[in-house]
Design a protein around this ligand. Structure first.
Ligand code: NAD
Length: 295
């Protein structure tokens, strides 16, 4: 019972898969990008020729894909995972997707006899590499308990948000707030620097004052202020602008559905949209600073 199929080895999935191998699990992996497969092979994974082949003998299936259409396509569309997975396998989708899609896919899985949880993550690429992610789970208690030993190899906090889809709802609320405070942090730093302050000194002051937040503590958007963050390596790696844009779209749709106003979420989405259109789509989301800087 330790054979895991891992589908989607990008910025997050790649290091998560390696942590499972280090934790003693046997992995069969699949991604569309050959370089991602090579890295996983070097780490000790077996590489499959397709997602269907990867899941055939696996007790657990983990997917870590960009967005809702990819997850729908993998499980219900061309990937046909529900037709190929081993009977009784537990399905764990860690992608950040629409709540409604998570509910639909888990219902389709249940109709074929599979338990499934949505388990989106927080903690970024550094958390994925260090095995310190936060998992935000939607699904039954029993399915979460089956998944827990694996999740513990990849993360240090595991929350049960509620039934199917609840993990996605909680994740979307978190990411809307992340976008808002990242933009706020970039705006404040840019203001201070434009008036002659040193970005490092200003960051230190904010970090010990009431403006302190996750971005100033762990993910400073100003290049060179903090080591080992995307801002200090040309905004490469990390959490892409287009993925953040997707999450903000999900938050606004959720706001309409729940009849909850999201004025700052809407402003954040517009700013990320402009940044993406200006060519920043593939950069880390902390590069929103570039949209505010003088050119
Ligand atoms: P990514 O684009 O780096 O990786 C996605 C991977 O999925 C790619 O390697 C791609 O080739 C692969 N893929 C796409 N379709 C596939 C298919 N049909 N079969 C197999 N592989 C397929 O994205 P990421 O940054 O790793 O993010 C993955 C998910 O995690 C997203 O939903 C994102 O919103 C979420 N997330 C990302 C971060 C972050 O900091 N990067 C943090 C928390 C959550």
């Amino acid at each position: 019972m330790n054979h895991v199929a891992f589908i989607g080895l990008g910025h997050m999935g790649g290091p998560m898969a390696l942590n499972l191998i280090k934790g003693g699990y046997r992995l069969t992996v699949f991604d569309l990008v050959p370089a991602a497969l090579d890295k996983a092979r070097e780490g000790g994974a077996a590489v499959a020729a397709s997602a269907a082949e990867a899941v055939r003998d696996a007790d657990f299936v983990i997917s870590m894909l960009p967005a809702s259409p990819h997850v729908e396509d993998l499980y219900l569309g061309r990937g046909q995972l529900l037709a190929h997975a081993k009977p009784g396998a537990l399905l764990i989708d860690c992608s950040t997707i629409a709540t409604q899609t998570a509910v639909e896919v888990s219902k389709a899985a249940a109709a074929k006899g599979f338990d499934m949880i949505d388990a989106p993550v927080s903690g970024g690429t550094a958390g994925a590499a260090a095995g310190t992610l936060t998992f935000i789970v939607g699904g039954t208690d029993a399915a979460l308990e089956r998944a827990r030993p694996l999740l513990e190899k990849m993360g240090k906090n595991i929350f049960h948000a509620g039934d199917h889809g609840a993990g996605q709802t909680a994740k979307i609320c978190n990411n809307m707030l992340l976008a808002i405070h990242m933009i706020g942090t970039a705006e404040a730093l840019n203001l201070g620097v434009s008036l002659g302050l040193d970005p490092g000194v200003l960051s230190e002051i904010i970090q010990k004052s009431s403006g302190r937040n996750w971005s100033t503590e762990l993910y400073n958007p100003w290049p060179g202020v903090m080591e080992n963050v995307p801002a200090s390596r040309g905004y490469e790696g990390g959490f892409g602008v287009d993925l953040m844009l997707k999450d903000l779209g999900l938050a606004l749709e959720a706001g309409l559905q729940g009849k909850a106003p999201t004025p700052l979420g809407a402003a954040a989405r517009n700013l990320y949209h402009l940044h993406s259109q200006a060519g920043g789509g593939a950069l880390d989301f902390s590069s929103i600073l570039k949209l505010l800087q003088k050119h």
